[in-house]
Design a protein around this ligand. Structure first.
Ligand code: CTP
Ligand code: MG
Length: 217
């Protein structure tokens, strides 16, 4: 079956502090959203692209637009409802370094037997410690830790079940895969380049700008 891509672009971008929603902030000469869109348009497995948008913004060319929700997961749910494909790829507009190669590797992983979701991730390189009240409680075993990104690709039934939970359960989830994990689903990590960064702060925007201007994309 043909895959659908959902891009969530409805956030305000408060930490970036731009004069417009983050997905529409200018990055290397065009709205940030357009970079991830390019990679999805260049992916032959993707049959349709649904974009969750802030109020007052129109869908980009060739995409289906929906109004985003209060929290990220609500935006994913709104986009899922407007889509028809299986599997479903979920992408943050705030990750402009997406490539057709990353899309292909996540789609290949979710097609394996017994896998409900396949998520882009990078091995953690910093040592991670848990602290309470400013004092370290323990040091985690870095060898098993992954920093999770998008895309996250799901079998449609698994994502539909995960997102059919109450609004407050969705609001507490920082990614969609955690909702599938909580339901007992199998979620596989797909190693991606560290360059698949998320633009959160003005510093991230500068790094993304340098990477995009120096690449051949
Ligand atoms: N997002 C969304 N709907 C929301 C909140 C977030 O579609 N209600 C999207 C953002 O547009 C972004 C992605 O989810 O592409 C990741 O969220 P984040 O990086 O937190 O972006 P913002 O919420 O826009 O930024 P901030 O938290 O700094 O306000
Ligand atoms: Mg946010």
């Amino acid at each position: 079956m043909t895959a659908s891509a959902l891009i969530v672009a409805a956030g305000r971008g408060e930490r970036l502090g731009s004069d417009r929603p983050k997905a529409f902030a200018v990055l290397a000469g065009r709205p940030m959203l357009e970079w991830a869109l390019d990679a999805l348009r260049d992916s032959p497995q993707i049959g349709e692209i649904v974009v969750a948008l802030p109020e007052g913004y129109d869908a980009p060319d060739g995409c289906i637009g929906v109004r985003g929700g209060a929290e990220r997961s609500h935006s994913v749910r709104a986009a899922l409802a407007a889509s028809t494909g299986d599997p479903i790829l979920v992408q943050d507009a705030a990750r402009p370094m997406l490539t057709p190669e990353i899309v292909a590797s996540c789609l290949a992983a979710v097609a394996q037997d017994g896998v409900d979701a396949a998520i882009a991730a990078a091995p953690v390189t910093d040592t991670i410690k848990e602290a309470a009240g400013g004092d370290v409680v323990r040091t985690l075993d870095r060898s098993v830790l992954w920093a999770v990104q998008t895309p996250q690709v799901f079998r449609r039934a698994a994502l539909e079940a995960a997102l059919s939970q109450p609004d407050e359960v969705l609001a507490a989830a920082t990614d969609d895969a955690s909702l599938v994990e909580a339901a007992g689903g199998t979620v596989r990590v797909v190693p991606t380049p560290a360059s698949n960064l998320k633009v959160t702060t003005p510093h991230d925007l500068e790094i993304a700008e340098l990477l995009l201007r120096s690449s051949t994309r």
